[in-house]
Design a protein around this ligand. Structure first.
Ligand SMILES: *[C@@H]1O[C@H](CO)[C@@H](O)[C@H](O)[C@H]1NC(C)=O
Ligand SMILES: *[C@@H]1O[C@H](CO)[C@@H](O)[C@H](O)[C@H]1NC(C)=O
Length: 190
């Protein structure tokens, strides 16, 4: 049977978790149904990019997947990068180019294959394949919905396609996870 002390402990935990909420990084306190227009949107220091974490690991407590809504202005691109998670894109608006270097047996990515991506197209990036998304359309924004597995994402960035895989630089936490990952545990394995 619950005693008064049990209730005190529960109350204390509630107070503590509420004060953690103040950082804006807690998984608690979000309504179940959220208006995407009211979620935080930022370029996170990358000019021409708009990123919204629609459903996230650090923001919303998801364990298996994370969903982003990203808009690239004309000419804007991601770095050349790879990650050990699956990634699915749905192109909502605009068009552009996917560069993908699938051969992980070489010491470096090498010349990538080019794929045209277009409104209402979808594609998946295999685990650890180096890739880059580029809004090569000079007229229109490129908007994509992105789903990744195993969040939060750990990204290895290449300066060019001939950089050795072993020289790619780990960017973790990634730009939009920086604030919240530092607010939570640093013990997560890489
Ligand atoms: C969602 O948020 C936008 C921007 O604040 C607002 O204009 C819109 O009315 C909201 N939608 C609903 C259904 O509340
Ligand atoms: C995208 O494709 C689906 C399946 O063919 C179709 O139902 C939908 O209308 C398309 N959407 C746009 C914006 O073209």
């Amino acid at each position: 049977m619950a005693t008064l002390n049990d209730f005190s402990v529960v109350f204390l935990l509630l107070v503590l978790s509420t004060s953690v909420d103040a950082s804006g990084c807690s998984i608690k306190g979000f309504p179940l149904v959220r208006n995407i227009s009211e979620l935080p949107q930022d370029d996170y220091g990358r000019k021409g990019l708009s990123h919204i974490t629609v459903a996230g690991s650090l923001f919303h407590g998801l364990k298996e997947v994370e969903v982003w809504l990203q808009t690239f202005s004309p000419g804007t691109r991601t770095p050349i990068h790879r990650h050990s998670c699956e990634e699915v894109f749905v192109v909502l608006k605009g068009s552009g180019t996917l560069y993908l270097a699938p051969d992980m047996h070489r010491k470096y990515p090498g010349t990538p294959q080019e794929y045209s991506i277009f409104s209402n197209s979808t594609f998946s990036i295999p685990i650890n394949d180096a890739h880059q998304i580029w809004n090569t359309n000079q007229q229109e924004d490129l908007q994509v919905l992105v789903i990744i597995s195993r969040p939060p994402v750990k990204v290895f960035i290449y300066e060019d396609w001939s950089m050795p895989h072993t020289a790619a630089r780990l960017k973790y936490p990634y730009y939009w996870d920086e604030e919240c990952l530092q607010a939570t545990s640093d013990k997560d394995e890489l």
